[in-house]
Unconditional design. Sequence first.
Length: 467
Amino acid sequence: MSEYKLLIGGKLVAGDMVMDVINPATEEVLAVCPRGSQAQLDAAVAAAKAAFKGWSRQSMDDRRACINRLADAIEARTTEFARLLTQEQGKPLSESTAEITYTAAFLRYLASLELKGRIIEDNDVRRVELRRKPLGVIGCIIPWNFPVLIVAFKAPVALLAGNTIVIKPAPTTPLTTLRIGELCAEIFPAGVVNIITDHNDLGAALTAHPDIAKISFTGSTETGKKVMASAASTIKRITLELGGNDAAIVMPDADPKTVAPGIFGAATMNAGQVCLAVKRVYAHESIYDELCAELARLADAAIVDDGLMQGAQIGPLQNKMQYEKVKGFLEDARANGNIIAGGQIEDRSGYFIRPTIVRDVEDGCRIVDEEQFGPILPVIRYADPQVALERANASPWGLGGSVWGADRDKAYDLACDMESGTVWINKHLDFGPNIPFGGAKQSGIGVEFAEEGLHEFTQIQVINEAR
Ligand code: NAD
């Protein structure tokens, strides 16, 4: 029997099936977890549908209060949740602690937003009012890289706007989310928040479900395309936060020693399994050797270990499938460039790969052109910043990007021409709940965070009244 429970219609219930959750640092079974069936998914959607009327008619302040109570309850259990998150996800405890802390902060900030309608016209002829109404039941589909924080990207805005939700975590990282479900059971009216797990077999049913009004999806571009196709059957609203291949362009006037730690940190956080990680570096030929050497020095010094161990900087890859995939990228890096740091898997159990720096590599091979989603960083030499920009933009993705250099105006001009939803200057991977975030091109549709993100969970209604 599993000590974890699904949350359906306000009740914590066993799954119709169970599945093992593996600790990626040890490859041992961490917990037996409930696995939902199609019937349980249908029950969760039905519960969310039944709860919608009551929840959507509550005042925004009442809904806000529930979300804030959840933030408080999560924060009160930061130590316990962070430890569990490290055990199921693999990231170092410091990163897990930050993820839980950010989760509470995102819940609070997003709950503080206001949903404003407006009067478009009010005169002798007519009164036209724009209102924003909730959509109904929202399906929130979550990936395994930030299993808790990404729930806090979606749930508070969906709920604040008056929607009810069904959350589906990724099969390899459901545990901390189910613990949060226990808190939700005490805080929200029955059916407002539901959590269902699967073995990668219920996502399609969720996206095709006729009683779901919107899917808020974060995951790979490949799965995002399936979500989009499946959502078409009922013209569901969709927000897709998908993959990326973020380029960092390092200008000739950048100081390699100054910029290397920021680039390295943004490439290897969460073992490189971050949608907005630096995934390729374009370095000017004048500073190329020095930057490569500096990145290699940082990679050699990095402590790769079980995330629970004191001082661990880089944990294991999250799951076996990703581990095998990243090993394939290592082979590609070996064949198409020179590996100057890392390059080997750790001789121990667990899905560990040392941070790897690849130089003398060009566009046109997998390690540069595809999303590695692991701690391998290719560094490509360029002579002309405009050519670096063209190569950065030649990707089908457009999530993030960055420009590093001393001349602010030159960096800014290049940043404006990057085809990405977010571009940073002299940093990478800085985001917050007050800053709209979304992908260009095949990195997604729609935005999350801030008022713009809240609006995506609403339907505009116009009341047009004769005078
Ligand atoms: P994934 O696409 O494999 O899975 C994501 C979720 O989709 C999981 O819950 C999975 O069970 C579910 N799913 C699987 N098949 C489905 C289907 N047919 N219909 C609906 N749902 C289905 O992604 P992943 O491997 O868990 O996550 C890594 C990817 O996510 C990377 O590409 C990364 O860049 C991306 N990501 C993007 C963002 C962003 O905000 N843009 C954030 C984090 C991760």
